[in-house]
Design a protein around this ligand. Structure first.
Ligand code: GLC
Length: 474
């Protein structure tokens, strides 16, 4: 443990961090900085473990990093055309989309969002499926789309770990991201939804069940066929990438035509559940213990938008209890689990005013802390930065693992990304790139291209539906 003498002042904190506070506050914040830092050696070790776990997942079922084959051979060329429906379940909302693929990488998309209530998220799977089917019905009538003469083909983005058994069949392994519907684990999610659609006489065929990462990869590949990875940095976190079919040693199917590659949904949120290399802190332990999926998704719980605000809240509560923050006072808002939204962290990170006024606004007006001193606000900003930076660096490890596995460390590599962290969190992409440069040198800046792929789950599911449909017609 570091010791700080009473005479030590603000200038001793690393990385230009500044706290106009007491030695006790400075020492506490220094410990947080230390706890949430990841040096090059740690990053390298995590990447090596990542590659190792990827190998196990490609070799056999039941590995920690599941490495689920998407069953979609190859990638789109961008020339494909047709009208498809897409459904996106797995983030904050349910989205229903009608996508017209126009060829030349162009498309038209009409979509509608529906809120999935917390009650539905934790109720019965049958009720959730009925709700989804109702939304599809409402959307189709709104779009004046009749399914009387021709059955529409639908790509179902279901962003949870599944045992996929064909393009449109997948048995749910476990829920993640705060969903916990009963009667779903061990059942085929696509089949259950298909039955609900059928019951309501909605003539739609689910031709593909798609992970959002695979959707993101395919959506971007429709416009840029060289795309290598599809990544979600949002409520949850996960990666898909194109793997040589010859390397998927557990893959025994022969049904992939002439394609040499297949997108793999890694489900790498589960990485290192055994906690061999991840620097799990006491705060991470608390998050895990209070979660709906204890001992699962360890990596995701340290890097995804759903959890970052909660980690920050846990650190703040700890400091309050030690009378180092807000004069030892909390509020009922701050005491409530999940109350500190990750979006607040984005605002705090953006706040560069001398008095940290926006930070003060979040703490006092939204979280109802009676009053904050400048040192409090500075401490909260540093905590936020540390949690956000660690998340970005741990994301970098996953990406580096895939680049190592696919031998893309020395060549151009286009990574399509969707998700609010990537889109809105200040410096997220920069922090990822800084970590990659730290490990592999400046060539990474030339080789790696990140592309925001906003329509990942909508366009991507439609593209996969099109590919699945074409494949079955062969
Ligand atoms: C969770 C899900 C995974 C999804 C990711 C991003 O990790 O298990 O399937 O891709 O969240 O939404």
């Amino acid at each position: 443990m570091l010791t700080v003498s009473a005479r030590e002042n603000t200038s001793t904190l690393p990385c230009g961090y500044k706290v106009d506070g007491t030695p006790g506050q400075i020492e506490a914040i220094r410990q947080v900085i230390d706890l949430f830092s990841l040096n090059k050696d740690q990053l390298t070790k995590i990447i090596a473990q990542f590659v190792d776990e990827m190998g196990k997942g490609l070799d056999h079922d039941g590995a920690t990093v599941a490495m689920i084959p998407s069953f979609v051979p190859g990638k789109p060329t961008g020339k494909e055309t047709g009208t498809y429906l897409a459904l996106d379940l797995g983030g904050t909302n349910l989205r229903v989309c009608k996508v017209v693929l126009l060829g030349d990488g162009k498309y038209d998309i009409h979509q509608r969002k529906y809120v999935v209530s917390e009650t539905l998220k934790r109720g019965k799977m049958h009720d959730l499926c009925d709700f989804i089917a109702e939304c599809v019905g409402a959307f189709l009538s709104e779009q004046h789309t009749s399914t009387d003469s021709e059955r529409l083909k639908l790509g179902f983005t279901f962003s949870f770990p599944i045992f996929q058994t064909s393009m449109n069949r997948g048995v749910l392994k476990q829920w993640t991201k705060g969903f916990a519907c009963s009667g779903a684990v061990g059942k085929d999610a696509a089949l259950m939804l298909q039955e609900a659609l059928h019951k309501k006489h909605i003539n739609v065929d689910i031709v593909a069940i798609v992970n959002d990462t695979v959707g993101t990869l395919m959506a971007h590949a429709y416009q840029e066929p060289d795309t290598m990875m599809g990544v979600i940095m949002g409520t949850g976190a996960n990666i898909s990438y194109c793997e040589k079919i010859a390397n998927i040693t557990k893959w025994k199917q022969q049904d992939h035509g002439s394609a040499e590659e297949m997108a793999i949904n890694m489900e790498c949120g589960a990485f290192d559940c055994e906690r061999r290399v991840l620097p799990v802190t006491v705060y991470d332990q608390r998050i895990d213990r209070q979660s709906l999926n204890v001992h699962e998704q360890q990596h995701e719980k340290m890097i995804a938008g759903m959890y970052l605000g909660e980690i920050t809240r846990q650190i703040m509560l700890d400091m309050i209890d030690r009378r180092l923050l807000f004069g030892g006072r909390s509020s009922s808002e701050l005491n409530r689990q999940w109350s500190f939204d990750t979006a607040y962290m984005s605002t705090i990170e953006k706040d560069t005013s001398a008095k940290l006024l926006d930070t003060g606004h979040i703490l006092e007006s939204i979280m109802n802390i009676p009053s904050t001193a400048l040192a409090d606000r500075q401490m909260v900003k540093i905590i936020t930065t540390c949690v956000g930076r660690r998340a970005a660096r741990l994301h970098a490890c996953g990406l580096a693992g895939v680049m190592t596995q696919t031998r893309k460390l020395d060549t151009a590599c286009t990574i399509a990304v969707d998700g609010s962290l990537f889109e809105f969190y200040p410096n997220f992409e920069k922090n990822i790139m800084d970590a990659l440069v730290e490990i592999y040198g400046p060539k990474m800046k030339d080789n790696v291209k990140f592309a925001l792929s906003r329509d990942g789950s909508g366009l991507g599911a439609a593209v996969v539906a099109m590919m699945a449909h074409k494949h079955t017609q062969k």
